[in-house]
Design a protein around this ligand. Structure first.
Ligand SMILES: *[C@@H]1O[C@H](CO)[C@@H](O)[C@H](O)[C@H]1NC(C)=O
Length: 287
């Protein structure tokens, strides 16, 4: 005769033991996690407090006298994504900045807003060009024709003798096709060796969704991973936020939240584009 009670008892003990063991394990791990998180916070605060004391909290793009061309897709990109770069470049005596915005965002009002915003940022109206073309619609599913965009950028580079072109990378912050078109355009110029020898190309690093919204907590990772970076303090960031309010038609609740939590309004990291890297990239994609 099988004693079911005994078997049941046995299983209960086993289960109890497993739960106990798990509880112990989770306890152990959570302590380690807590310590790791605290240590990370301390590193962030330490880095921030050091860097804010450095008056030029930036590793500048190389090669003065720097004439920088910032290429964006829509009015408001310059302040939402490139704020720290613009902040420091407009304050540097050694640099000049030009903004090329390749659409008016589908509304004539937004042109006025862009001028208002660049005035607050310190870019004179004469240094801002807004392209209006039916071939370059504001639509996140439309890839703009590479030749048109490339030609437009090249014209600017040649007529202003630009030393550094800055735009989005191949992820375009949020995989926005308009943003990515700008990357493809400068990649094409680079591969076809059409860029004048005095000009270098830089792209703004896109980060994953977690890093995108952790503000200053992204500092250690950014500093380790990037070649060039621009950083603003909380005080300086207020000015960028103020400039964003000029985009009245765009400044709705979710963009207000974005301006508070985003890392891009606080730190910009750049990589230089090189023909060699691009060719490796292409080979990798082919395989
Ligand atoms: C705007 O462009 C002019 C030359 O066209 C230049 O002298 C000036 O420094 C530029 N402004 C800024 C803020 O870079």
């Amino acid at each position: 005769m099988i004693n079911f009670n005994l078997i049941r008892e046995y299983f209960r003990m086993q289960v109890n033991e497993i739960i106990c063991w798990w509880w112990f394990y989770i306890n152990e791990i959570s302590w380690q996690l807590l310590i790791a998180v605290t240590a990370y916070f301390c590193v962030c605060i330490f880095l921030y407090s050091i860097l804010r004391k450095v008056s030029h909290a930036a590793w500048q793009l190389p090669g003065p006298p720097a004439r920088i061309l910032l290429v964006t897709a829509h009015p408001d990109d310059e302040v939402m994504f490139f704020g720290p770069l613009v902040y420091w470049v407009t304050r540097s005596k050694a640099s000049e900045i030009y903004l090329l915005c390749l659409s008016n965002g589908g509304d004539r009002k937004r042109k006025e807003e862009l001028w208002e915003c660049t005035k607050l940022l310190g870019i004179p109206e004469d240094n801002v060009t807004i392209v209006m073309s039916t071939e370059l619609p504001d639509d996140q599913n439309v890839q703009w024709p590479t030749e048109i965009v490339a030609e437009c950028i090249l014209q600017h580079v040649e007529s202003y003798k630009i030393n550094a072109v800055v735009t989005f990378d191949k992820h375009g912050i949020s995989k926005h096709k308009n943003h990515i078109s700008l990357y493809f355009a400068i990649a094409a110029l680079c591969i076809e060796k059409k860029v004048p020898h005095y000009c270098k190309l830089y792209v703004l690093e896109s980060v994953n969704i977690i890093r995108k919204y952790v503000q200053v907590l992204d500092l250690p990772i950014s500093l380790l991973s990037a070649s060039y970076w621009y950083l603003v303090t909380y005080d300086q960031k207020k000015m960028i936020k103020k400039a964003m309010t000029a985009h009245k038609s765009q400044y709705v609740w979710f963009r207000k939240l974005y301006m508070i939590f985003s890392r891009y309004t606080f730190i910009n990291t750049f990589q230089e584009m090189s023909a060699l890297d691009l060719e490796l990239d292409l080979q990798f994609d082919d395989e």
